[in-house]
Design a protein around this ligand. Structure first.
Ligand code: 0L1
Ligand code: MG
Length: 257
């Protein structure tokens, strides 16, 4: 299969929520660069149907997460308008085996591009930060994949929700922020802002550098999910997720049929 055919196949599984075999089983020579091209082509299909690119996400930004899926580098994915939840309610229809994770979402007010971008550039281009959550859902059977597979599947991007409070980037030391995640009242995960590449701002810097390798950049108004602050948690219909970002904010999610 060529890259476009693989993109069409993945796009179909992303739309229908039907699980699939890893693409690397029958296409063992694909490179990570090919996988990013497949990701782009698949998202282009959604854009042709009327969706739009609203931002980017970094994935696998903690050592723990890289180990748990057997890779040794961070990856990025594309966020589209249809992925954004306007309310903290998730419907399971069309999803395969979703998981949720706490995130910090940077909203930009300036474009950012190039391999020489600095932490200072990112702060100067950040309008605000939302405590947020991401719902990931691999299209691959058993949530099992190689680096190439997961990149092609848009880094498992599925849905995201920005909490209802936005903060100035200077409001707190984001790397020191403690985050805990509860499912149905039981604490399942906790982490620190520094679990995201030592500081979430560094994740945005890394994203800009990675994008510059393929001629892409961040635009003013875009959202960037910096990376999961804890491991992701499986969710099922009827679940209620509560995420506490220190005493700063609480982001909830109700999971329905
Ligand atoms: O957002 C993430 O860190 C997920 C990246 C893809 C790996 C996964 O699906 O767990
Ligand atoms: Mg994530």
């Amino acid at each position: 299969m060529n890259l476009q055919e693989l993109a069409l196949k993945i796009d179909q599984h992303q739309q229908t929520g039907v699980e699939m075999d890893k693409i690397t089983i029958e296409n063992s020579r694909l490179t990570v660069e090919d996988a990013y091209k497949i990701q782009e082509l698949a998202v282009d299909e959604a854009i042709e149907r009327g969706d739009s690119l609203v931002g980017w996400k970094m994935g696998l930004t903690s050592l723990a997460k890289q180990k748990s899926v057997g890779v040794d580098e961070a990856i990025y994915g594309r966020l589209t308008k249809s992925m954004e939840l306007s309310e903290p309610v998730l419907h399971m229809k069309g999803l395969i085996h979703p998981r949720v994770e706490p995130e910090l979402a940077f909203v930009l007010n300036k474009d950012l591009s190039g391999p020489d971008v600095t932490v200072r550039d990112v702060w100067a281009a950040t309008e605000c930060i939302f405590p947020a959550l991401e719902v990931i859902d691999s299209r691959y059977k058993n949530f099992s994949f190689t680096l190439v597979d997961v990149v092609a599947d848009n880094a498992s991007s599925t849905k995201f929700y920005l909490g209802n409070q936005a903060f100035s980037p200077y409001h707190t030391s984001w790397e020191k922020m403690k985050v805990s995640m509860y499912r149905n009242g039981e604490k399942l995960q906790s982490g620190l802002g520094s679990d995201v590449l030592e500081h979430p701002v560094k994740s945005v810097v890394e994203l800009v550098k990675m994008l510059s390798n393929s001629g892409h950049s961040l635009k003013a108004g875009m959202v960037v999910l910096a990376g999961g602050i804890t491991e992701a948690v499986n969710i099922y219909a009827g679940d209620r997720i509560e995420i506490y970002f220190d005493d700063l904010a609480e982001v909830k999610l109700e999971v329905k049929e």
